[in-house]
Design a binder for this molecule. Structure first.
Ligand SMILES: O=C[C@H](O)COP(=O)(O)O
Length: 257
């Protein structure tokens, strides 16, 4: 792993789990992963952030959000601001997820404004990028990643990029069971690092964590982590079940103890 940070295992619960379910999961997961050196992040629904963050206090789990608005505050019915997430106990936010791009028409310019707002207010950011199946088949992956990264990181300084994790999530691998193989992901992460190197100094780029998301399961998790440029995982469906997620986190337990 090029990055100096420990391996990141992030769960994205999407629109699942009530507060009682969230708190129960975090209490049990905290007990299971006590000796791990992995960074364990959980992006929970807005409604569960406060109770989840309270339950996670003193554990190795960091709680975050799955989205936010780019404005500091204002008349935006139904939206949530970065400072509200921080107030509730969130330490990070996922931005640019393909489900936000696809179902809520979020474009790179909007995502860029959110990235800058989140970093300004003090939230770490997991910025998602990735190509569709037709784009990969047309050999446009590099072009798509370049466009997304350049646009989403426009105006993000060398200092701020340190508080950002890139999540490579090929759209065709999300929730489909069709995970991208570890060698394909490794190769793509190298491409992402090369693109970042056109925007930031080599020293900083080496330290940016690039994680993979898309149909990660206990059976395939280790292969990704073993690659030098895959610094962690963003896990959707498999983060919802305690035993399944623990198996993914627990690989790091064995690797680091
Ligand atoms: O944020 C997580 C990704 O969308 C991956 O979801 P998945 O593991 O269910 O494919």
């Amino acid at each position: 792993m090029e990055s100096e940070a420990s391996v990141i295992i992030a769960g994205n619960w999407k629109m699942y789990k009530t507060n009682i379910e969230a708190v129960d999961f975090i209490r049990k997961l905290g007990e299971k992963i006590a000796p791990t050196k992995a960074q364990v992040l959980l992006a929970v629904p807005f409604t569960a952030i406060a109770p989840a963050a309270k339950e996670a206090e003193g554990s190795l789990i960091e709680i975050g959000a799955q989205n936010m608005n780019d404005a500091s505050e204002g008349a935006f019915t139904g939206e949530v601001a970065a400072k509200m997430l921080i107030d509730a106990g969130a330490k990070f936010v996922i931005l640019g997820h393909s489900e936000r791009r696809r179902y809520f028409n979020e474009d790179d310019a909007f995502i860029n404004r959110k990235v800058k707002r989140a970093l300004k207010e003090g939230l770490k950011v997991i910025l998602c990028v990735g190509e569709s199946l037709s784009e990969r088949e047309a050999e446009k992956t590099e072009e798509i990643l370049q466009n997304q990264l350049k646009a989403c990181l426009d105006g993000v300084s060398e200092n701020d990029i340190k508080h950002l994790i890139i999540a490579y999530e090929p759209v065709w691998a999300i929730g489909t069971g069709l995970n991208a193989t570890a060698p394909v992901v490794e190769e793509t992460h190298l491409v992402i690092r090369q693109i970042l190197a056109t925007l930031y100094s080599e020293e900083v780029v080496k330290k940016v964590s690039i994680i993979y998301g898309g149909s990660v399961k206990p059976a395939n998790a280790q292969a990704y982590i073993d690659e030098p440029n895959i610094d962690g995982l963003l896990v959707g469906g498999a983060s919802l079940d305690l035993d399944t997620f623990d198996q993914i986190v627990n690989y790091q337990h064995h690797a680091n103890t």
